[in-house]
Design a protein around this ligand. Structure first.
Ligand code: ATP
Length: 361
């Protein structure tokens, strides 16, 4: 079932929480809504669920309008499952009963599922790896197991759309990584569309088919994870998703000359969006820079902070009066003089003009 939002806005009193949202979600698609706190992610999700009504615009599910400023279909009449950040389990029900509850109570549960309820519950518990714990009560479960119960409960009646609101944010870092895989597997196995709200770029980039980046109640950019990460179209997306450094300098046609760089340095601008060109900026992700010893014909700087990360180093590099973040496998020491290069641009070292080694440590 496709989901369409047309010119959807929401105001609370005089505050505009969402403004003219247009979005189509394909059948079975995994869409992440990514943005900072307060940008309207949860409000958007609550409107899809039927807990909030749009102030203007329309929401259609499977071609039928379910919400507008005039009417709103209640949550139980939409084929939707929800998973919340805080699990929202019922303390008096065991796992089996949690999964059975929506099968029995959701008005939209397909008859074929109601008729083989026990089989469906076992199937869903198998999918989330909890079949052996069916009789356990919520207080006897770990955080990850509780979240799996919440997912099993949401998918049991076979919703066309699964809404997830920061479902991993109350889990510890290791578990969050494992649960990403589980959610991907649930998506593959169920075929439900997923709308997944998060402020975590890593979660959105690693799991979603498409990412909707939001800021101040509006959509900034919609695209595949690769498009969003590699070709940000706005300053906000570049900073928020790619953690990009916005290097200052001057554009001459499609060539960029960074401020404070060796005068012969030009960076190519084919992949850079117009909004950066008009502001004399060039976005470079921390892992995109190549670090070489000083004076190899690029942007010159000094290492002002070093963090060893195992496979690579996180550096703060001061160049042309600004500080940039760089992730590089090359080892340098605090106060080393370095040159920042970008991909596709040869340095004097790589051209054979200097005999400096690649590392000074
Ligand atoms: P977070 O990541 O912190 O949950 P969010 O992106 O999900 O943030 P929303 O919860 O959608 O943001 O809120 C968007 C804006 O709307 C916020 O400024 C919030 O204060 C406001 N808002 C949300 N619900 C209401 C309400 N019922 N009444 C008034 N303002 C509200």
């Amino acid at each position: 079932m496709t989901i369409q939002l047309k010119q959807v806005s929401k105001t609370f009193g005089s505050f505009q929480a969402l403004q003219s949202i247009n979005l189509n979600i394909a059948d079975g698609e995994f869409v992440a809504i990514l943005g900072p706190s307060g940008c309207g992610k949860t409000t958007l999700l609550r409107m899809l669920a039927g807990f909030e009504q749009p102030t203007s615009g329309e929401i259609a599910i499977g071609g039928s309008v379910v919400a507008s400023s005039r009417s709103s279909l209640p949550p139980e009449k939409r084929r939707i499952g929800m998973v919340f950040q805080n699990f929202a389990l019922w303390p008096h029900m065991n796992i089996y009963e949690h999964v059975r509850f929506p099968i029995r109570t959701h008005k939209e549960t397909p008859r074929a599922i109601r008729e083989r309820e026990d089989e469906r519950i076992n199937e869903v518990l198998q999918l989330v790896g909890l079949a052996h714990l069916a009789k356990r009560m919520p207080h006897e479960l770990s955080g990850g197991q509780k979240q799996r119960v919440a997912i099993a409960r949401a998918i049991a009646p076979q919703p066309a759309l699964l809404l997830m609101d920061e479902p991993l944010s109350s889990l510890d870092a290791m578990l969050r990584m494992d649960m990403r895989r589980e959610i991907q597997s649930v998506h593959r196995e169920t075929g439900s569309a997923i709308v997944y709200v998060t402020h975590d770029q890593g979660e959105a980039l690693s799991m979603a088919d498409r990412i909707v980046v939001m800021k101040d109640g509006q959509i900034e950019q919609v695209g595949t994870p690769q498009e969003i990460y590699l070709r940000p179209q706005t300053e906000f997306v570049a900073r928020f998703v790619s953690k990009a450094n916005l290097i200052q300098g001057s554009w001459s046609g499609n060539r960029f000359m960074p401020l404070g760089a060796d005068p012969s340095t030009f960076w190519p601008g084919d992949a850079v969006a117009d909004c950066f060109k008009s502001q004399g900026l060039y976005p470079v992700r921390p892992d995109q820079f190549r670090l070489e010893p000083a004076h190899t014909g690029g942007l010159y700087g000094e290492i002002v902070n070093v963090q060893f990360q195992g496979k690579e180093f996180n550096y703060d590099v001061r160049a042309a009066g600004q500080q940039w973040e760089v992730i590089s496998p090359a080892a340098f020491k605090l106060h080393d003089q370095v040159t920042l290069h970008i991909p596709g641009v040869a340095s004097k070292t790589s051209l054979g003009a200097s005999s400096s080694a690649g590392s000074s440590s």
